[in-house]
Design a binder for this molecule. Structure first.
Ligand code: ZN
Ligand code: MN
Length: 477
């Protein structure tokens, strides 16, 4: 039995949410009419001089710090030269030997253990334009994206499975979202991921040549590509081959990668220093100030939620993935004490409503205090759980107060024991067989009777009280 190890490294390009581009004052904006946000600089006119965007450097440092990187205080920029229609200058301004950030890591939970995925570098660079292939078969160029600020995050080949890659990307995306440096929308191309993968036979030490997979536009595609490539590389090793270093692209429809080109080596790019931008020396204190202003990161918040609220790891994880959602939970906790119940509601019915109605977290039509009031109505048995779910739906639709909705829709539980007893008697009269079943030891019949009573009370009875009354009355019969 041969044992194989999958070896994966990721390269992730992230568009930064700056107002303007990397080296000019053009608007950085997605979805505008083609070629409207352009100027001499980002169109690469001869003699046009770039000026570096300070906010882009600030965001790059934020990202580096959030990934536990060291930050370089003095650095230059470089030209990466290649010919392609989307690269109007004939070179991309990037960083080669002196990346802004280096030597970071993310700890990914794999099989209940924290596995360190090292981050080799985070450098700043500019995006290219975009080719649009229209129905007539023409290729049109849109240069709005040309010069948009990017960071490129490069990991060491520390990832061992598709699942670990997915977890890593989820954590990375969440941290960038917390930092507010990018909108990290894969579908709009503001987060793009390439996969470098090969497979090693752990007994013989033999390895396949590294394949780079491009064109991955979802986390799912990344997972599937890693799984599919793992199989292809194993097949190579089984055939006593190692394959060749190549670039492939992911085809989502066929679920496999297709050969694009045999990969060029990096020296093909003929990197040289960017002569139009002076070397940059970061002002003293700048890194410290950015560090001090960093928001609490999701993994730190998750640990705090476990400690402070006594939540289990799963709930803490899911509550902290999105910063706006975590904020709502903390708002709720200011008005209630029962964290487990609060977490259940937020991750259950609350999230369901948000998804169904496609509401943004900053546009919830009621205050978290109202949700706390709803939880209190359940806690003090004014309404039972199913009625409360109904009330929550109505709060999402109308923004009304839970107390008002309960009253208007008559959802209060019947607390009058006389009325409840009457219902129980009627149900028992109508179901003599169930009584016999229960006396014969079939406990499941009791659940059926509780259901019948709830139905007869139009959902307004308390199921525990119903059960109690049923037991008492059956014993008397
Ligand atoms: Zn421009
Ligand atoms: Mn790049």
């Amino acid at each position: 039995m041969k044992a194989y190890e999958t070896i994966v490294g990721l390269e992730i390009h992230v568009e930064l949410l700056t107002k303007t581009k990397m080296f000019c004052g053009c608007k950085n904006s997605f979805g505008d009419a083609p070629n409207t946000n352009v100027c001499e600089v980002c169109l690469g006119f001869p003699g046009a001089l770039p000026r570096i965007n300070k906010t882009a450097i600030d965001y790059g440092i934020r990202a580096g710090l959030a990934l536990d990187c060291s930050i370089r205080e003095a650095f230059g920029t470089d030209r990466k030269k290649y010919f392609y229609p989307d690269l109007v200058k004939g070179y991309q301004i990037t960083q080669d030997a002196e990346p802004l950030c280096y030597d970071g890591y993310i700890e990914v939970p794999v099989d209940d253990e924290a596995h360190k995925v090292r981050i080799e570098r985070v450098h700043i660079e500019e995006d290219t334009g975009k080719a649009i292939h229209n129905e007539a078969g023409d290729t049109l160029m849109d240069y709005n994206r040309s010069g948009v600020p990017l960071i490129e995050i490069v990991t060491k080949p520390d990832i061992r499975s598709a699942e670990e890659a997915r977890l890593f990307l989820t954590m990375l995306k969440s941290r960038l979202e917390y930092l507010g440096v990018s909108d990290v929308k894969m579908e709009e191309g503001s987060l793009r991921c390439d996969v470098n993968i090969n497979v090693k036979n752990t007994e013989t030490g033999q390895r396949t040549a590294i394949t780079e997979v491009k064109n991955l536009n979802s986390f799912r595609a990344v997972s599937r590509a890693i799984e599919s490539e793992t199989q292809r590389h194993i097949a190579l090793l089984e055939a006593e081959e190692t394959g060749e270093k190549e670039t492939r692209r992911w085809d989502d429809l066929s679920g496999r990668t297709l050969l694009m080109r045999a990969k060029g080596t990096s020296s093909d790019y003929r990197y040289s220093a960017e002569g139009d931008i002076p070397r940059i020396q970061l002002p003293a204190q700048m890194i410290e100030e950015i560090q001090r202003a960093l928001p609490e990161m999701p993994h730190v918040k998750k640990a705090r939620f476990q400690n402070e609220y006594g939540l289990n790891e799963y709930d803490a994880e899911n509550l902290t993935g999105d910063p706006a959602f975590a904020r709502l939970f903390e708002e709720l906790m200011q008005h209630t004490k029962d964290a487990d119940t609060a977490a259940n509601w937020m991750l259950g019915d609350f999230s369901r409503q948000v998804n169904d109605k496609e509401i943004r977290y900053d546009a919830i039509p009621f205050a978290m205090k109202d949700l706390a009031d709803l939880l209190a109505l359940v806690e003090n048995q004014t309404i039972h759980l199913n009625a409360a779910k109904k009330v929550l739906r109505s709060m999402f639709e109308t923004g009304g107060k839970p107390g008002d909705i309960v009253e208007k829709e008559g959802l209060s539980q019947i607390t009058d024991t006389g009325a409840l007893e009457k219902i129980v008697d009627e149900v028992l009269d109508a179901n003599p067989q169930s009584i016999e079943d229960i006396k014969g030891g079939k406990d499941r019949a009791l659940g059926f009777l509780v259901g019948q009573c709830m139905k007869a009370s139009k959902g307004k009875g308390n199921p525990q009280t119903m059960r109690q009354l049923l037991e008492e009355k059956i014993a008397q019969r």
